[in-house]
Design a protein around this ligand. Structure first.
Ligand code: ATP
Length: 203
């Protein structure tokens, strides 16, 4: 049992989850990021990477021996059985490590970042769902700039994800990220105050 509120944070690609986590971390709040955990689980030399190579073949690796994540993403995008295999390998480990990291948190509440929180059944233990929401045009621009992608790639990923409306319908709290970074930081600070009040009520 974890004795602090866990805020599950989600949002579409490029909506600003990483940026928001950095602002929470600056306020001294522990952030557990499932995307980061999954990267660590498949790093060079890991037994997971060996299993992935045995299943997908060695051309799933980059020349430096690391996993070619974008190639893997493309394959599982069109092959549901392979996606299922990969999820069965990694999801239980990600969930277990996330839980262990949350149990070790000492802040007044914790943020758990899960890009597919609403789609997944593995994180029903979160106390609240925080959605980072951003207008689609801005989302596309930010992803194109960050990943040096074409518009069609960014649009394709967005259309494969839940719609903003579907995500927002499940939200307890929403951070709208259509403005500047300074505005975003201020919204995080306001929400932080609210989450601290909730933490006091819990005690
Ligand atoms: P992913 O789902 O791909 O992990 P994400 O939700 O974590 O994405 P970020 O990486 O935080 O999104 O943001 C996407 C890009 O947009 C980053 O380059 C980030 O610095 C930038 N960004 C986020 N919010 C703002 C903002 N309010 N103003 C300007 N740039 C922003």
């Amino acid at each position: 049992m974890i004795e602090l509120n866990i805020i599950g944070m989600t949002g579409g690609i490029g909506s600003g989850k990483t940026q928001v986590s950095l602002f929470f971390a600056e306020l001294g709040i522990s952030v557990v990021d499932t995307d980061q955990i999954s990267r660590e689980l498949v790093k060079s030399g890991s037994s997971n990477l060996q299993e992935i190579v045995a299943f997908f073949g060695s051309d799933i690796l980059l020349t430096n021996g690391e996993l070619n994540r974008s190639k893997l993403r493309q394959i599982i995008f069109s092959k549901p059985d392979k996606k299922q295999w990969l999820e069965a390998l990694l999801h239980p480990q990600i969930r277990k490590l996330a839980w262990q990291q949350l149990a070790a948190c000492h802040s007044s509440y914790a943020i758990l970042v899960v890009p597919l929180l609403i789609e997944s059944q593995h994180y029903d233990f979160v106390d609240r769902i925080l959605v980072v929401d951003c207008e689609e045009d801005l989302q596309i621009e930010r992803v194109m700039q960050r990943d040096q992608n074409d518009r069609s790639v960014a649009k394709g990923i967005i259309s494969s994800q839940l719609t903003r409306k579907q995500r927002l319908s499940q939200a307890d709290d929403v951070i709208e990220n259509n403005g500047t970074l300074a505005e975003l930081k201020d919204k995080v600070r306001q929400l932080h105050e609210y989450y601290q009040e909730l933490a006091e009520l819990r005690d």
